[in-house]
Design a binder for this molecule. Structure first.
Ligand code: BGC
Length: 410
């Protein structure tokens, strides 16, 4: 795997101005210490629109010619989207674009209204991370009518021909890494077993959630089939283990029920396979309060949320799959610039952009119901207590405090 240039930049420059060093279509460094990653207190969504960018436009050569990017994020209540919004805003502003950024409080109607507002404001391009991938067809038809290109960000938007590209991480691989981690931790190919496992997946309205679950389940299914892994609850289908809105409290209460029903007799739980960190947080809380056993349960996650990294430091969560959303923002910027320049980007964008992170151009995996959506897929990384410093701190994404806990830079 390529070494992230961002780490070299940070090492040699300064910790405060991260997110830099990624080659871009326009060829200048994308830096900025101004990323405003919302603090944990700032999680209440206001569904407001933050307009900014004028200062940045004045400071740069303004190659963007006064163009505006409309960015629709799902919610501030799930930590990562705060980082995405900040990184995207910073990237576009550093190239002289104006940015309108909306958060929709995980409310589908609100996101439709927010996108209507961005269209009414004549944004030149839309970057949308959908709350419900199935609910944006109508509003995005308006974008298409207005000739506003749409990039589907992180989550594939379904049943609309208004989107031209998808930028995400390889979602199936996220789950696969979780499954392989469990397989290796338990040494399933050699150990006698049996081991007990329970699954917690994400929001059925999020197209990613099935990819994550299937990626993990496909690795573990052979061991379930031969009895080395046992699922005492019997809940092995995506719909049985899904968590509406990826909600921590919902994941917790479902898991409390599982523990109460299937483990209160002293049955040992070995693994809680959770698709992401918000659900892992709820499951960890349930295990903390309602699990009678004294073994340490293997718990997986995804994202590198602050509370989950603290749990990894404290030995309460075992791993997370980290996705460098700073790089996802860089890929989105360069794709958007190419689209706005009238190009039809393809695999060549990856070479011409000169990114220092891995990315695949995929024209097979993501069909949104209207056909395959060409996708730029970045590569996720397993993070544990052992490589946390190397992957997250040395690369400049997080700082480490005196107690050994990590905090996102921003
Ligand atoms: C993202 C994950 C995130 C989840 C909940 C998914 O679409 O890909 O990174 O954990 O949403 O926010």
């Amino acid at each position: 795997m390529k070494k992230k240039l961002v780490s070299a930049v940070l090492a040699s420059v300064m910790a405060a101005s991260l997110l830099a060093g990624c080659g871009s279509a326009a060829g200048t460094a994308k830096t900025g210490a101004s990323a405003e990653t919302a603090s944990s207190e700032e999680t209440a969504d206001t569904a407001d629109t933050e307009e900014s960018g004028e200062e940045a436009a004045e400071e740069t050569a303004a190659p963007a010619g006064g163009q505006t990017v409309g960015i629709a994020m799902p919610t501030k209540s799930l930590e990562r989207w705060n980082r995405d919004g900040s990184y995207l805003q910073e990237q576009f502003e550093s190239k002289g674009y104006k940015v309108e950024l909306t958060y929709s409080d995980n409310k589908i109607d609100q996101q439709v209204k927010d996108i209507e507002g961005l269209i009414a404001d004549n944004v030149n391009i839309l970057v949308v991370a959908a709350i419900d991938g199935e609910s944006l067809s109508q509003v995005l038809a308006l974008a298409k009518e207005a000739n506003i290109p749409v990039i589907s960000y992180d989550r594939l938007i379904m049943n609309t021909d208004a989107i031209s590209y998808y930028v995400s991480f390889d979602n199936y691989t996220v789950g696969k890494l979780q499954g392989e981690f469990v397989r290796d931790q338990l040494d399933l190919d050699n150990a006698a077993g049996p081991f007990n496992i329970e699954f917690t997946a994400g929001d059925p309205a999020d197209n990613n959630a099935g990819f994550f679950f299937n990626g993990a389940y496909d690795v573990l299914k052979p061991y379930i089939d031969d009895g080395k892994l046992v699922v005492p609850s019997g809940q092995t289908s995506f719909n049985q283990v899904a968590t509406a809105q990826w909600d921590t409290a919902k994941a917790m209460s479902r898991f409390q029920n599982i523990l109460g029903s299937y483990y209160s007799d002293g049955t040992q739980l070995d693994v809680a396979l959770c698709s992401n960190d918000s659900t892992a947080l709820g499951v960890t809380q349930a295990i903390g309060s309602d699990y009678a056993g004294s073994n340490s349960v293997i718990i997986t996650g995804q994202d590198g949320d602050e509370a989950n990294l603290a749990n990894i430091v404290d030995g309460k969560q075992t791993m997370t799959v980290y996705k460098a959303v700073a790089n996802e923002a860089v890929a989105t910027l360069d794709l958007a610039v190419a689209i706005l320049n009238g190009e039809t980007p393809d695999a060549g964008l990856i070479a011409s952009a000169g990114w220092d992170f891995e990315c695949a151009y995929d024209t097979a995996s993501y069909d949104n119901g209207t056909g395959i959506i060409p996708s730029y897929l970045l590569v996720p990384t397993v993070v544990t207590g052992d490589n946390m410093d190397a992957e997250l701190v040395d690369t400049g994404y997080y700082t480490k405090d005196d107690q050994g806990y990590l905090h996102p830079v921003g």
